[in-house]
Ligand binder design. Structure first.
Ligand SMILES: [Ca+2]
Length: 395
């Protein structure tokens, strides 16, 4: 159980007698909690949404459950059924939640028609690669054998090599988990999908990542039979080598990396002002305090752009709808709109990116190149300035 989930559980007292089934024998997930607002646990075919005092209201919408179907939604304390609806993206909205009975943790149970925790649908399938280190038996098949003690490795240390798995049929897929051979190395890569092994669609572009995590989880939505990982960049002396390539057909435990966004000009980080959780709270720069209002996860979109999700509020970095050049950026609830989608474009300075809005094409910019605490984060056309260069630092 992740630390944030464990902390949530520790805060729970008397309610255990009525809601213990939502904690005992469960695991954290399938999604990341949002600080002080809500978290999730799951067991078997049921997941539990825990609404905390920092979350207001009697309705709640979950992240997407993929192609799972809801069979029942209930108040865990009473067992009473709750009304719900599921939108086209698979998000479940539950209404009429009793927040008064257990205000420290109001728990809702959602039963699916299948187990909540997904299976790795690449396991045991046919894997191939353009190159493999056969002399050491580091073949492509070793990447889909469900063992992290074995691995695929290319036959030389060059970039450009790829690994591909055939899932046997076209399926809805929701993400991959890649375990690289080595920890603390910056593997750069691209994940693509295909239904015919001929035409490929980008599912996640990590060609500019600065992450050095050994295990990386990428979430997306696609239909694919073939999934291919192409290694596009390697540190000196490191070879393209994957211990496991796992593919999922349902939402996966969002063991997603958390980043801070460091400005090249000021050295300060992108911050949601006042650690607010409200829609419309503005973005500023501030010295790194380690606060979760300065931390973001990146949720990939099908077009290769990302949503930047604030770790404190769960809301998205947002170009206010219809706003002009120079307008200040803010956070807003996810509206599934491209003014909340951002493309990471490698900067001319190695290790930095411009963060470009999909709707406007304007960049995330520290107003007037200020280095002051509290300077506004605005949107401006790209000009190559250091105040538009951001380093994504995994924390
Ligand atoms: Ca393996």
């Amino acid at each position: 159980m992740p630390a944030a989930q464990a902390d949530l559980v520790r805060r729970i007292g008397a309610f255990m007698s009525s809601c213990g089934s939502a904690v005992y024998g469960t695991r954290g997930g399938p999604w990341q909690p949002v600080d002080g607002q809500y978290g999730f646990t799951s067991r078997g075919d049921t997941f539990y949404a825990h609404l905390l005092p920092g979350y207001s209201g009697t309705s709640f919408t979950t992240p997407s459950i993929g192609d799972g179907q809801v069979t029942r939604v209930f108040d865990v304390a009473t067992g009473a059924a709750l009304s719900h609806s599921v939108d086209a993206a698979g998000r479940v909205t539950i209404v009429g939640i009793d927040r008064a009975r257990n205000p420290e943790d109001s728990v809702v149970g959602v039963v699916l028609d299948r187990s909540v925790q997904p299976n790795d649908i690449a396991a045991g399938r046919t894997a191939t690669a353009d190159s493999q280190e056969t002399g050491k038996s580091n073949t492509a098949a070793k990447a889909v054998d469900s063992s992290t003690s074995t691995r695929w490795c290319a036959a030389d240390g060059r970039a450009g090599h790829w690994l591909k798995v055939d899932l046997g049929a076209t399926k809805p897929i929701t993400g991959v988990r890649i375990a690289w051979e080595l920890d603390a190395k910056n593997y750069r890569y691209r994940v693509e999908g295909s239904t015919d092994n001929a035409t490929w669609t980008s599912l996640s572009d990590r060609t500019g990542t600065s992450s050095t995590r050994q295990v990386q989880v990428l979430a997306f939505t696609a239909q694919a039979r073939y999934v291919r990982v192409t290694v596009t960049g390697l540190p000196s002396g490191v070879w393209a080598s994957i211990r496991n390539l796992e593919v999922y057909d349902r939402p996966i435990t969002a063991d997603v990396e958390v980043f801070k966004l460091v400005n090249r000009k000021s050295g300060k980080v992108l911050d949601i002002n006042g650690a607010s959780t409200a829609d419309g709270a503005v973005a500023i720069q501030w010295p790194d305090t380690g606060g979760t209002n300065q931390r973001f996860t990146l949720t990939p979109n099908p077009d290769g752009s990302h949503r930047l999700v604030n770790a404190r509020s769960g809301k998205l970095l947002n170009s206010p709808g219809g706003s002009a050049q120079g307008a200040q950026l803010d956070q807003w609830s996810d509206t599934d709109s491209d003014n909340q989608w951002w493309t990471l474009v490698p900067s001319s300075t190695d290790g930095y990116h411009r963060i470009v809005n999909v709707r406007t094409g304007w960049c995330v910019d520290v107003d007037s190149g200020s280095t002051a605490d509290g300077a506004r984060i605005v949107q401006c056309p790209g000009n190559g300035g250091a105040n538009q260069d951001w380093q994504l630092v995994a924390v």
